[in-house]
Design a protein around this ligand. Structure first.
Ligand SMILES: NC(=O)c1ccc[n+]([C@@H]2O[C@H](COP(=O)([O-])OP(=O)(O)OC[C@H]3O[C@@H](n4cnc5c(N)ncnc54)[C@H](O)[C@@H]3O)[C@@H](O)[C@H]2O)c1
Length: 416
């Protein structure tokens, strides 16, 4: 599907809306809209065949006033600097909304990982890491997985950084494998957090997750775990898609069987426990809860007008365009925004970084409890602000996030 509204246009429109609510000056608006630091790098790769190809890479630190940059690394063919800028800006507000001591950053390499061998991806990752080495580190900018990258990618980044510094520095990445300083609960954290956010939003209307039907777009690191935790909570998950389309079953999909099917490398659409559904159809299904957990810009004015769900909980970053947002709001559909709903990943990344810095590991129960507590506290403060100021949950979350960042700027003062 062609993207009419770019992620950066969406992110900047959201910031403008928050700045208007907060009454900030044009100068402060411009500071908040502009990335603090960006690096563009060339990433040459010797393919297994011996051919040399070049990929473009980026790391953007949107804001580092509240702490080190924090944000994922994305491998996708269409990655460009504006997409990375938007994602970095959303990380800034997200870290502030859940009050973890980070700024916002993001990285990307324009490469389709499905077309490369594991050895080639390792070489791309190591070269990209070594190119951006001057601006990353546990006190500077900490990476995590995003679309097209995983815990193995984070282990390669951590190893490349550590080898070059001369000692092991696990805090330079989060979302690592457990044997090299990963945290229990990190792999499932974003999906689990999405389900906490959904539970809190439903509870505002006196509804329990066990009473609703849900559809999930995207069955990767976020969507698959969101579907799993929804199923655990008693929700009937009736449709799931990935990039190639998906599967639906009005009686409820067997999520465990679907996870096992996908673990073999098969696409969601070949699952035998349901019938075919496309990525366009999934938005208009007769469900209560819709979870976009794939890519940006999928809920535009058109798709938003077909939504039947009462709640949209954003697992992906930037899935709703400003036009889509207006349509959903006009139709009375509650949107739990990305910077709140998918913040469980950065919350447990923060726990992983704290554990790495202390070299002391928490139990799975401690992590699950602290994640739940943080997500529900963040939801409560956003929902209270929304009620008190008659704002949407998105505007309330943005107002809280942007205000916390602006306060850090004001308290620190302008140098020189
Ligand atoms: N991984 C995290 O911890 C995390 C945290 C916060 C937000 N996010 C955001 O969540 C989203 C998904 O990230 P992920 O880590 O699960 O990535 P992933 O690569 O693990 O999974 C992406 C999923 O989306 C599907 N997909 C890709 N393009 C699609 C399209 N055009 N239409 C429908 N489905 C498509 C893929 O097939 C896959 O199932 C992204 O927006 C990401 O920025 C991820």
């Amino acid at each position: 599907m062609a993207r009419v509204t770019s992620p950066l246009t969406t992110a900047l429109a959201q910031l403008s809306s928050a700045v208007e609510i907060l009454g900030y000056s044009p100068g402060l608006h411009e500071i908040l809209a502009t990335p603090r630091r960006e690096m563009h790098v060339a990433v040459p790769l010797r393919r297994d065949s011996g051919e040399i190809v070049l990929h473009r890479g980026y790391r953007v630190q949107h804001n580092i006033s509240r702490g080190p940059g924090k944000g994922g690394l994305r491998y996708a063919a269409g990655v460009d600097i504006d997409e990375v800028r938007a994602l970095a800006m959303w990380m800034t507000w997200k870290c502030a909304v859940v009050d973890v001591p980070y700024g916002g950053a993001k990285g990307g390499v324009a490469i389709d990982p499905r077309e490369y061998s594991s050895a080639e991806l390792e070489r791309v990752t190591r070269r990209y890491t070594s190119e951006i080495m001057p601006i990353i580190g546990p006190e500077r900018d900490i990476m995590a997985p995003d679309i097209g990258t995983d815990e193995q990618t984070m282990a390669w980044v951590m190893d490349t950084y550590s080898v070059n510094q001369g000692y092991t520095i696990p805090g330079v990445t989060t979302g690592k494998p457990l044997p090299v300083g990963g945290s229990l609960g990190r792999a499932t954290a974003t999906g689990r957090g999405v389900v906490h956010a959904a539970a809190a939003a439903l509870a505002d209307d006196g509804v329990d997750l066990s009473e609703v039907r849900a559809a999930v777009q995207g069955f990767g690191k976020v969507g698959s775990h969101a579907a799993h935790w929804l199923h655990e909570a008693g929700t009937r998950v009736v449709a799931v898609t990935d990039v190639d389309g998906g599967t639906r079953n009005d009686d409820g999909l067997d999520v465990a069987a679907l996870l096992a099917h996908v673990a073999t490398g098969a696409p969601v659409s070949t699952f035998e426990g349901g019938s075919a559904v496309s990525n366009d159809e999934i938005f208009g299904l007769d469900v209560d809860l819709l979870i976009p957990a794939a890519v940006e810009g999928v809920l535009d004015a058109d798709t938003a007008s077909s939504v039947k769900a009462r709640w949209v909980v954003e697992g992906a970053n930037g899935p709703t365009t400003p036009e889509g947002d207006r349509v959903l709001a006009d139709r009375g559909i509650v949107v739990v925004p990305d910077i709140l709903a998918n913040a469980g990943g950065v919350v447990v990344s923060y726990f992983e970084w704290v554990q790495a810095n202390q070299a002391y590991w928490w139990t799975a129960e401690e992590i699950a409890d602290r994640l739940a507590q943080r997500m529900h506290a963040a939801y409560a403060s956003v929902s209270e602000t929304a009620r008190d100021q008659s704002l949407s949950l998105r505007d309330a979350a943005l107002a809280i996030g942007v205000r916390r960042v602006a306060e850090a700027h004001q308290i620190r003062g302008l140098y020189p």
